[in-house]
Structures are given as structure tokens and as C-alpha cells.
Ligand binder design. Sequence first.
Ligand code: KG4
Ligand code: ZN
Length: 346
Amino acid sequence: MSEPRPPLVLGIETSCDETAAAVVAGDRRVLAEALLSQLDEHRPYGGVVPEIAARAHLDHLDALVRRAMAEAKIGFGDLAGVAATGGPGLIGGIMVGVMTAKAIAAVHRLPFLAINHLEGHALSVRLTADIPFPYLLLLVSGGHCQLLTVEGVGRYHRLGTTIDDAVGEAFDKSAKLLGLGYPGGPALEAAATGGNPKRFALPRPMLGRAGCDFSFSGLKTALRHAIEALPPGPIDARDLADLAASFQAAIADVLADRTGNAIAAYGQKGGTLVVAGGVAANAAIRARLGALAEKAGLRFTAPPPRLCTDNAAMIAWAGLERLRLGLTDGLDFAPRPRWPLDRSAA
Ligand code: KG4
Ligand code: ZN
């Protein structure tokens, strides 16, 4: 008798400005990934325009799904399920992804899985490493900044969240102030290379305060004041590097301080600290959190950078995790522009 083959799930991600499809196997192999960034469409506006995003998802998703299936060398009949991001995010894009996944599921009589995008980020680390539940999670993306305990699939307890901007949003807005391109996070990280992180004394909002909440809007304002205090005209290369490095250091300090409080509250010696979401691609932030975890006696893990930013492999993986537990969804599932991971904390 031959070994049973690991189940295959098609994942679809359309909640923001990436149109993506991927096929992932239950044994953690990513068989295919097709991704289209809408950077060029949104760049002239300095941010994501919802109507343009929805239109682009509609124009490209079918071809990306076909490309992923061809690359995986399988037909729809070989799938064990179809997963799509069901929220939170931009409603137009989510509708495109959910309708496409439902259509494939209906025609081929496959289970449909509506995935919470945040759960995709939260479980992404288990796609590449054998990380058991529970673990402590710092989720840092363009729309969110949260500390959570991950007890299991679908079981999250929120310890803290941002009271104003998300951390990725702070990166993006600050990059704009510095005249860097969109998206701002990677541009700001690159600009900070070789900069002096101590030159500009930027504030560390919430530092030293009890609890696990975050605040970033004051930091962004302080950066604007620091820029305004420079000689008029374009920011020169030295000032730019020092401003970016100082901003990044302030963010890393705040994240480390709040995560330190979460580690104390979580109290699991020998447990794991995970950082996930787009901002987790930042090397300075990864290094800072790694050092914090080591000092506290925790294991530290972050997904590889390509799995930190939005992608469909993490959606397929969350689909596999849910399928394993029989947590499938009906074709009457309605997209959810808002969908907190911990409903009791909403
Ligand atoms: O998870 P993600 O791709 O999309 C959301 O779910 O929001 O996160 C996107 C965010 C953007 O704000 C982007 O600027 C930020 O992640 N980001 C970074 C880096 N790469 C992406 N921020 C700092 N450093 C980076 N290397
Ligand atoms: Zn995301």
C-alpha cells in the first residue's frame, strides 16, 4: 500500500494590494506561488486606493490561480479544499477572492475555508517551523499592532493593541515625510542603513508604562518636527540616514518594551515568542526581539521575510490547519471588513 498523500489546499489573498494564489501541501511544501503586487497602480497616490485595488484583483486573480495550479502540476480535483481571505481588509478585494474560491469549491465539490487574514499571519510561522501551541505573538502589519497569546487554531487572547496608528502605518507615513517611496517600510529600512540611531532624540510613546498597548502617532509628529528643524530644501543623505535610523530605533524600543511586558504576563518559561506580519520583515526589529526573547529564556521565531508580507501561502496554510480540525465554512459566508482575532477584546 502506498502512503496517503498529504492534502493540498489552494489559497487566495486579495485583502489589500497584493493579488496572490498559492498551493500548499499538508507536509509544509509550497508547491506553487503566484503573486502580483499592485505597487505601480497605487504609487501615484502614495497609498492603496480601494477602488483601484478591487478592479486589479478582478482583472488578475483568475490568471494567477491558473498559473499557480499549472506550476503545482495539479487539477482542481486534486485539491482537498479552497481557502480565501474572508476579512479583515478592503471589502471589494475580499469579495473578489471569496467569490472566486466559492466558485471553484462549488464546481469541484470541495470544502471552502474563509480565512481571517490575521490568522494567516498568526499561523504563518508554523508553515516553516515546528512551533507548538501556545506561543506569544507580536503581530505587526500595515493595519495592526497587537500582542496576543495563540492557544490554538481559532483561539487567540489579546494582551494589547495600538491606541492610534498601526506600526506599518507609522513606517509608511514617516517614509512619506522623509520623501521616500511607497510602500514606506522597506524604503525606510534601506534608508536607515549606516545611519546614526542616536542623533535625533525621538520619543518612545508608552515606554515604561504598565500593560501591552501601543501608540505611534506622537513619534510620527516628532519626526515631522525634526525634519522641519533642518535647513530648508531637500533632506541631505546624511540627515536622511540618521532620521530613518533614529525613527527605526524608537520603534524597536517601543516594540521591545511592550513585548517585555507581555512576556512577563505570559510567564511561560521555555515558550516561544513569534513576530509576524509585514513589519516583521524588518531586520533591526527582528534582531531586537530576538535579543529580548533570549534574555527572557524564550525561543524566538519569525517567518522568512517573504512570508511576513502579504502572501497566499499563509492563507493556504491556515486553510490546511482549519481543514485538519474540520473547521470549514458554508458557501453563504459573507466577507467581513472587520474581523478581530479575539472577539472578546473587540
Ligand atoms: O502584512 P502586510 O504585508 O499587509 C497588511 O496586512 O497590512 O504589512 C504591510 C506593512 C506596510 O506598512 C509596510 O510598510 C510594512 O508592512 N513593511 C515593513 C517592512 N516591510 C514591510 N516595515 C518595516 N520594515 C520592513 N522591512
Ligand atoms: Zn497582512
